[in-house]
Design a protein around this ligand. Structure first.
Ligand SMILES: *[C@@H]1O[C@H](CO)[C@@H](O)[C@H](O)[C@H]1NC(C)=O
Ligand SMILES: *[C@@H]1O[C@H](CO)[C@@H](O)[C@H](O)[C@H]1NC(C)=O
Length: 330
């Protein structure tokens, strides 16, 4: 289904583009894959930077292939680093999430009839590579159904192969500074990918990844630590009462929060957590509890928060939208 959707969504040009970069008196010529060039997205404002999208096979035998969307930095792309972005989930699309509602250059227009520029796009600072990972997410797929039984380790291995093969399409980036970034469940993906790439570097006599850093936003690291930390934070910031906070701390056992499901909780724990969520959920943005101080009036604050609750309700992968909105205000 991947290619079919892709064909209906993006226009592919066969025009061969050469990038001529003059740096002092050296001239670099980099040919990016012409068949992956995105000439223009539907309803897209005119821009000077280029976009590419397509597939990179990670397992030829099984027919497993990952979809990517690459955006050049807005200015001087040959001077800027490469940033890989992965959304979380597991199962969230990096194209539908990160690229088009969070940090990419375009957002859908309010009327749904085209795209508008995102003034806070990260391609002001870096070249951006969004990958649908693992196979089964978004337009990434496998021709071997059993491949959809995957985990963190196989996801990191596939991304390692992906990066190696993507560099074959974009050889100019092989030596470029690389940042690995993501949010939410990418709190697992990114550190584990970094580990695999550093391991590659330790064993490779030839090519090495030029990893410069990792960044994980609102990361899921360990639920048995992350979940109680949320309530401790609410409590220590006066957002929930001592009564509720103390009940959660004493009556909830978070040890079995190793997956998202089936927790063995006492009734008093469940009641206290339900109460805390109710208090905080109505008026406060979980992801940025001081957001309200940015708004000039209570009325405007109320309207903004309602809009955000709406976003939260309809989008699974919204973390960075809220962060970007906050930055917009400052
Ligand atoms: C998956 O199968 C389709 C249909 O046979 C084929 O066109 C495609 O190239 C295969 N994908 C990979 C990655 O081998
Ligand atoms: C749930 O917790 C209670 C009280 O700690 C314990 O007695 C019971 O065995 C636990 N049940 C499961 C399925 O772990």
């Amino acid at each position: 289904m991947g290619r079919w959707c892709f064909g209906g969504f993006l226009n592919i040009s066969l025009v061969v583009l050469l990038l001529l970069v003059s740096r002092s008196n050296v001239v670099y010529v980099a040919a990016f894959p012409a068949e992956d060039l995105v000439v223009s997205l539907p309803g897209q404002p005119k821009v000077a930077f280029r976009q590419y999208a397509g597939y990179v096979d990670v397992d030829v035998k099984n027919g497993r292939s990952l979809f990517y969307y690459f955006v050049e930095a807005e200015v001087e792309p040959h001077e800027k680093p490469l940033t890989l972005w992965l959304n979380g989930g597991p199962g969230c699309s990096s194209v539908g999430g990160g690229a088009f509602t969070e940090l990419g250059p375009f957002y859908p227009r309010g009327d749904g009839r085209g795209l508008r520029r995102n003034s806070m796009s990260w391609n002001k600072a870096s070249n951006l590579l969004f990958v649908e990972s693992p196979a089964g997410v978004g337009w990434s797929y496998s021709n071997t159904t059993s491949d959809y039984n995957c985990g963190d380790a196989s996801t990191a291995r596939d991304m390692h192969v992906f990066m190696m093969n993507w560099y074959e399409k974009f050889p100019e980036f092989k030596s470029r500074e690389l940042f690995l970034t993501g949010e939410s469940y990418a709190g697992h993906y990114i550190p584990q990918l970094a580990d695999v790439l550093l391991d590659h570097n330790a064993h490779s006599k030839g090519f090495k990844f030029n990893i410069k850093g990792v960044a994980i936003g609102n990361p899921l690291l360990r639920l048995d630590q992350d979940v109680p930390a949320i309530y401790e934070f609410f409590w220590s910031h006066g957002m929930i009462s001592d009564e509720i906070g103390l009940t959660i701390m004493s009556d909830c056992d978070f040890d079995d929060y190793v997956s998202g499901t089936s927790h063995n909780m006492t009734n008093s724990c469940i009641e206290a957590i339900t109460e805390a969520n109710k208090i905080v959920g109505d008026y406060i943005n979980n992801y940025d509890v001081i957001l309200d101080v940015c708004y000039p009036t209570i009325v405007e604050q109320e309207l903004r928060l309602r809009k955000m609750v709406y976003i939260m309700f309809f989008s699974h992968c919204f973390d960075a939208i809220l962060l970007l909105n906050l930055c917009n205000l400052q």
